[in-house]
Design a protein around this ligand. Sequence first.
Ligand code: EPZ
Length: 419
Amino acid sequence: MEYFEVHGGIPLKGDVNVSGAKNAAFPILSAALLIKGKMRFYNLPKILDILSFLEVLKDLGVDVQEEKDYFIIDTSKDISLKISSKEYYNLRGTQTLLGALVGRNGEANLPSLGGCNIGTRPIDLHIKGIKSLGVDIGWEGGYLRAKVKDTLKGNLVYLDFPSVGATENLIIAATLASGETVIENAAKEPEIKDLARFLNLAGANIEMNGSGVIKINGVKNLHPVDYKIIPDRIESSTYLIAGIMTKGDIVLKNCNPWDFESVIMKLREAGAEITANGNEVRGEYKEKLHSVNIKTLPFPGFPTDVQPQMMALLSTAQGTGVIIETIFENRFRAAEELIKMGANIRIEGNTSVITGVKKLEGGNVTAPDLRGGAALLIASLSSEGKSKIFEPFHIDRGYENIIKKIIGLGGVIERRNIA
Ligand code: EPZ
């Protein structure tokens, strides 16, 4: 059984290069199916989730070639109507294949989705939105079956919740539809802007001014483009918190500070010194951190994907902090593992109350999901003594070269196996 062995208590110092954004790569690689031809994608993170997603694309008929600094994706061949790759079942990011296959083939047959167990994660908004574009869609025999009735037609779609995945699916499906689609109460995450930018470079006509209204005027076809994925704002935030919580001094390279402004502001409020300079952000520990309150919200609010990492940081901050998680109903799973390390955390529904303790003790913990695993890694790096983090594959799903990057910052971590 695999685990990360971490020797904590060492301040992380130095530079860390931020990788491409997993949650931008998923919708952009799906949207590439709307285009026939060869394209180069730069800054694709070589993490479990993306490598699995590329296997799914290969299974659908896409040619994938890995080069040193980019991947060549060739979507010229016919794209299969059926998903048979087992990799599909581990992912949530495959959700955007719905819009892509409807846009490319006029139909899709998708098994139910995988991904982190952080809530029920329904896709009712995806289904309602795609249906309004003239598509027969519904669950049948464990598959989500979608088929364009006569033509894919633009429409006005209101999202009850600014769902990231539903917004992405609608943008992708509407790109080649006839007429205009307007999405109201759309998500505004940076990954969605990146998707719109990629499609517009390929000849789409998408207007997104950050107001929560997105206009897509359908076009006849798109042309192949080479594209560089934006940096990962969640990875950026995770390393920044790790640097601060270990009382260190780190510099993020090749990041987009404006994409994680809310995290930077909260860390400053907690007493850290954060300076942004172009595509670099420096995070320095200056004094004992004090507690802050967090409420997760859709972008530009505080990101739910950084909530577990902040729970770790608050575990040893001075005072009591309150976290209200408004996005997912089961996203405090790291708490019980942090408590094993000495944290003082109380959970009441979607609210957690974290009373800072002097320090955490290294321990044997298990990663519950991707960001919960990242939180435990941060906690073990900052605690005294040795920790073992079991089921590290959760962490590998979203953090490229994490062992190498932490060692590069002076951390002591090793991937080991219990025979
Ligand atoms: C994306 O998930 C991200 N995943 C998540 O990151 C991220 O936490 C989330 O957006 C919110 O920012 C990917 O991009 C692959 P949502 P998604 O649809 O699209 C409810 C990570 O750690 N909802 O915005 O699934 C849903 O239940 C992952 O990298 C409906 O009710 O998020 C949830 O409560 C975790 N009906 C809320 O909306 C729907 O049809 C947000 O979901 C769709 C969503």
